[in-house]
Design a protein. Structure first.
Length: 368
């Protein structure tokens, strides 16, 4: 018999669950959380509440699967120091840009100077990937901006702008920007705009828009981040990396086996920026699927991660894991890592992302 609504909601932590009306996208993507779209990230409001419940200002938090840097950003806003580790080069680039402290005068001067140069051309030849996924003019403008970025101190900021523009400028439908399978070369019926649309031919409009938007968001975050707090980013396999110093706890949202290829999600960035592709080191790599062997390998990998992280934690430190553990893998993973599950909080997730709209439940596991 299915549970009644009252019984269902009795198991949910309502303080960790929001409807679309209660928490609209503009709040979920506040300041630097919108510097670049990232599939699978957890929302900053959830991180904010968990940090306030389990950490004190001045402490230091570790995220061993730091992704787009949500834990790091919210730690800085909440008065904590943070360290994030990730095996994906683009993730580390994005985290570094989000969490770095900037000279606001130099930052604005450089981004506005780069904005004024958008449209400059280059002799660089587009790769086969760029020729396939971008119209000729769009590819020329992206390559031109890549050359512009190298002229400035804040080149990494401009590289993130470039990646964001490249995502939007691909020859794909407006409603399928996450994992397009084939280039869209002809007009099509657009589910997003409810009309016929055409593939994008240029990228300059996105470069202009995102350069100024990035500037505004970095300035907005500078106004709310706590003074004297720092975030560090480590590009490494966290199963083996020797973590620096001691931490007061872990807050992370790890990948789940066979779901998302975090390198392929940003393939355009790897192609344009020449980033190091280490997808074979991903825990729960999508290419491995979700067979019994893949699940066993995932569990082994998570045990290694937690054992390595635990060695750098103070005694009794909380380990918070946000995950939709539909295969119930984590009780055994935590046990093998020598962690005791103290509490399991259930939250309702109302996902409203284009054609992927839907709802599900996920857990916040608190172990020590």
């Amino acid at each position: 018999m299915a549970p009644t609504q009252d019984a269902l909601y009795a198991d949910i932590d309502l303080a960790l669950s929001w409807s679309e009306r209660e928490l609209p996208e503009r709040q979920r993507t506040k300041h630097v959380h919108r510097l670049h779209p990232y599939l699978g990230k957890f929302i900053p409001q959830l991180v904010e509440i968990l940090l306030s419940r389990y950490f004190r200002p001045g402490q230091r938090v570790l995220d061993p699967f730091a992704g787009s840097g949500t834990t790091l950003v919210q730690a800085l806003e909440s008065g904590l120091d943070a360290t994030g580790v990730d095996v994906a080069a683009f993730n580390c680039l994005l985290m570094g840009v989000k969490t770095r402290s900037y000279n606001p005068f130099v930052l604005e001067q450089e981004l506005r100077a780069a904005h004024a140069r958008i449209g400059e051309t280059t002799s660089a030849r587009p790769s086969a990937y760029l020729r396939r996924w971008y119209a000729p003019q769009a590819a020329r403008e992206l390559l031109g901006f890549r050359g512009i970025a190298a002229d400035y101190e804040h080149a990494d900021v401009l590289r993130v702008v470039l990646a964001r523009a490249a995502r939007s400028a691909r020859r794909t439908t407006h409603f399928d920007l996450e994992f397009p399978q084939e280039p869209q070369l002809e007009p099509y019926w657009c589910y997003k705009h409810r009309r016929e649309c055409r593939p994008v031919e240029t990228s300059a409009q996105f470069l202009r828009r995102y350069t100024l938007d990035t500037l505004a968001r970095l300035k907005e975050f500078a106004r709310v981040r706590s003074r004297g707090r720092e975030a560090s980013v480590i590009h490494a396999d966290v199963r083996e990396e020797r973590l620096p110093g001691r931490f007061d706890g872990v807050l992370t949202s790890p990948p789940y086996p066979g779901l998302i290829d975090y390198h392929e999600q940003h393939r355009y960035a790897y192609e344009l920026l020449g980033l190091d592709d280490r997808r074979e080191l991903e825990v729960g790599a999508a290419a491995a699927g979700s067979s019994r062997a893949a699940l066993a390998a995932y569990s082994d990998g998570m045990v290694q991660v937690l054992l390595n992280a635990k060695a750098s934690l103070r005694a009794g430190a909380p380990v918070l894991i946000v995950v939709n553990d539909r295969r119930d893998l984590y009780p055994e993973i935590l046990k093998r890592a020598g962690l005791e599950l103290e509490e399991r909080l259930r939250r309702h997730v109302n996902r409203r992302t284009g054609r992927r709209a839907g709802e599900f439940y996920e857990d916040v596991l608190i172990a020590r």
